[in-house]
Design a protein. Structure first.
Length: 192
């Protein structure tokens, strides 16, 4: 089993992969703790709804505790011990899965546009800035991913990117490609 793992890891490094994205579940369990303490950067996906706005408070405090605990453990660990990096940098957030009406966010989710941004600033940026993992900037939104409806399930079924599926219209696929490309360019610009 160990030889198989080493072979897979070796193949991974031969690919010269620059980015690995973990789409973790919306919880503050041990798996997410390990993923966040082992990554270089993190992005918060959020919805324009009350649940996301409220969850940011818990997330900010939890991340602060996890990173602070890691700092304490790293100081007490015996020399030469393997430690997770423990200092993931906050890149920003991406509102997702909202409906669009007449070219803008529909009225129900639009009620949370300002609240979501305000909560990112107060519950994430302000809480984490003392840890040195947040850079001050005017806009933390990396882009938006609207509800692409059937393109999402087609992407999962076909095993291809949302903009390469065989269903939907070419305009829908083009809109998806444009949205994800803009987000990717921002991520590369902030991490490169």
């Amino acid at each position: 089993m160990e030889a198989l793992f080493e072979e897979e890891l070796s193949e991974f490094w031969r690919q010269k992969i620059d980015f690995v994205f973990y789409d973790s579940g919306p919880n503050i369990g041990p798996l997410n703790r390990v993923i966040l303490l082992d990554c270089d950067f993190f992005i918060i996906p959020a919805a324009y709804d009350l649940f996301s706005v409220r969850a940011l408070k818990t997330l900010g405090r939890t991340l602060f505790t996890w990173i602070s605990d890691w700092e304490t453990i790293s100081e007490l660990a015996p020399e030469g011990s393997y430690l997770l990096p423990g200092k993931p940098k906050f890149l920003g957030y991406i509102p997702q899965n909202f409906t669009v009406y007449r070219g803008g966010v529909a009225s129900e989710p639009a009620r949370y546009l300002g609240l979501l941004d305000k909560s990112i600033r107060t519950e994430i940026v302000e809480v984490l800035k003392s840890l040195g993992i947040v850079h001050q900037k005017s806009n933390y939104q990396l882009g938006q991913v609207k509800d692409f409806g059937g393109l999402v399930t087609a992407s999962q079924r076909e095993g291809v990117p949302i903009f390469s599926v065989s269903s939907g219209t070419s305009e829908q696929r083009s809109t998806a490609r444009t949205a994800f490309k803009a987000i990717a360019e921002k991520i590369v610009g902030q991490t490169g």
